[in-house]
Design a protein around this ligand. Structure first.
Ligand SMILES: Nc1ncnc2c1ncn2[C@@H]1O[C@H](COP(=O)(O)OP(=O)(O)O)[C@@H](O)[C@H]1O
Ligand SMILES: [Mg+2]
Length: 249
């Protein structure tokens, strides 16, 4: 596997805050990897996503994707970088209520003025992948939370960005909807080779990833790898790690 993103010695200091949001963080994200970021509230997870996705600037350190040094991009370049390389999934779905499911998924391509038939074909493929092919003519208000989140995930992937950031994507879902979303993400990760970086505090959601970086006080305190194990066994290890971290707090 080759390296997609190199994170080198990132620190983020917020004004008037005694402790940095991120404190000398280094790691690589491999091409095609499904990487999980865990840690208690306030450990720096959102700060990390913001800095990696060019929404915020690190105070020091550097981040590279291929030849691009992310922290050196100006605002226009950063916006282009996000548009061309990144997809986002949030806890809230951020769908447009006045558009159908089909139109919601298509938005990023419509903005690029792609050919309508090409858009339809792409949307159908992804809707199939995410198990929402029969919902394309409906409006978001007619869908369950789990279906809405899968629409949001399909929209995030419609341009086939090399890297998807997901911040607590299962945070608002019941367990069966969470399972559907996670297995769809995992399938897309395998089928399309999309690299996914997912923040979650939920050990169950984390057990779908290949590897987990555990954050505390703005830095990485441990790394868990799934390897060739069954998801179940990885889940048990994550539960043990989470319990250990709870005790140490
Ligand atoms: N915009 C901000 N201004 C000041 N401090 C912030 C800001 N965002 C986060 N922090 C601080 O940085 C630390 C990490 O926060 P955050 O990245 O939101 O953690 P998490 O997402 O893991 O809950 C916390 O101490 C938080 O108070
Ligand atoms: Mg957060």
């Amino acid at each position: 596997m080759s390296t997609l993103l190199q994170v080198h010695d990132i620190t983020k200091v917020y004004p008037n805050q005694p402790k940095p949001g991120l404190n000398h963080v280094s790691f690589d994200v491999m091409q095609g990897e499904f990487l999980g970021i865990m840690g208690a509230s306030g450990s720096g997870k959102t700060t990390l996503l913001n800095v990696l996705s060019t929404i915020d600037m690190p105070t020091s350190g550097n981040i590279r994707m291929g030849n691009i040094k992310i922290q050196e991009l100006n605002q226009t370049q950063a916006a282009d970088f996000r548009k061309n390389n990144l997809g986002f999934i949030f806890q809230e779905y951020f769908l447009l209520d006045s558009l159908t499911v089909q139109e919601n998924i298509a938005v990023p391509l419509t903005l690029l003025r792609k050919d309508a038939r090409e858009i339809d074909k792409n949307v159908e493929e992804l809707a199939e992948q995410f198990g929402i092919a029969s919902q394309l003519r409906k409006y978001p208000s007619e869908l369950s939370g789990g279906q809405r989140q899968r629409v949001a995930a399909a929209r995030a992937m419609i341009k086939h960005p090399p890297l998807i950031f997901a911040d607590e994507p299962t945070g608002a879902l019941d367990s069966s909807s969470a399972t559907e979303l996670l297995s769809a993400l995992s399938k897309a990760n395998h089928a399309l080779g999309t690299t996914i970086l997912m923040v979650t505090h939920d050990p169950y959601a984390a057990s779908y990833t290949d590897r987990i970086l555990y954050f505390k006080d703005g830095h990485i305190i441990s790394e868990l790898k799934r390897g060739n194990r069954e998801r179940r066994s990885f889940y048990e290890e994550i539960m043990r790690e989470a319990a250990k971290q709870d005790e140490n707090r």
